[in-house]
Write a protein that binds this ligand. Sequence first.
Ligand SMILES: [Zn+2]
Length: 320
Amino acid sequence: MKLYSRVLPLFSFLLICLSSCSDPASVAVFEDNGKLKVTATTTMVADLVRQIGGEHVQVHGLMGPGIDPHEYDETFRDTAAIKAADIVFYSGLHLEANMQATFEAMNAKGERKGRVIAVTAAIPKDQLITPESDYADAHDPHVWGDPSTWSMTIPAVVEGLSALDETNAEAYRQAGERYAKQLEEVAKWGQQRVQEIPAQQRVLVTSHDAFHYYARAFGFEVQGLEGLSTKGDASLKRNKELVDFIKQRGVKTIFSESAVNNKGIAAIARDAEVVVSKEELYADATGEDKAETRHGETYNHSTYIGMLKHNVNVIVEGLK
Ligand SMILES: [Zn+2]
């Protein structure tokens, strides 16, 4: 009897939880305030939607700062956020390796049809970088490294939001244009700032191959320890190649990345007797909500523009 009185309440709580807690619809992610409900995967995509959607949308980002999108698995709360959203935006090009197949299937049919959108689908194929190794006939997904390429994702968001919310379509179009200009300005600023590094020292050694678009935009030669994805350990052969490269080229500083395991890059630095920058680069996620003024520029690390400015400043200070 005593046992019953203790166990029964617990048992009924479990029963209640099994029926309601397992239903993703029961997890509140959005407010019912009339604003468009948007779920976005990475911090860069969430920021893109916030810049364009402004006050007319509420954006729920699945991956926070420091989260590696290559390895990310959908959580219970994510399923709820995807289900509750009017529209879902993701990066694509297999960046969200464990989620893309589900997104493609959702976008093809059913109640989410046409509402689960890869922002990179708007980028013309000839703008994409195709790596020699790693994935044959696949494109490098790290397109945000080049602001002019990332700018080409703007129409996907403007069109996606406008299709569901015609009333504010003009506002989305204007915000998209404004944001494209801002990206153009940050690209010009970065290109000028990089001129402070002597041309032969514009060499970027990082944890994984996330900086090819960045290198194209700002004029760097780039070497990553790991491949395009962060999955799998770098081989001994690759370690030796990189150590030799650093010594030969007299590289002053190499860089670790946020959202990535940096043990490998620390080992390379020891072997090549070179410094690892004290500040990490933002590779596959923006930073925390932190504003900073540096080199005459004020920016917040949690935004895409802040991420770019931080990376430019850290790289220039490390290599010049
Ligand atoms: Zn990556």
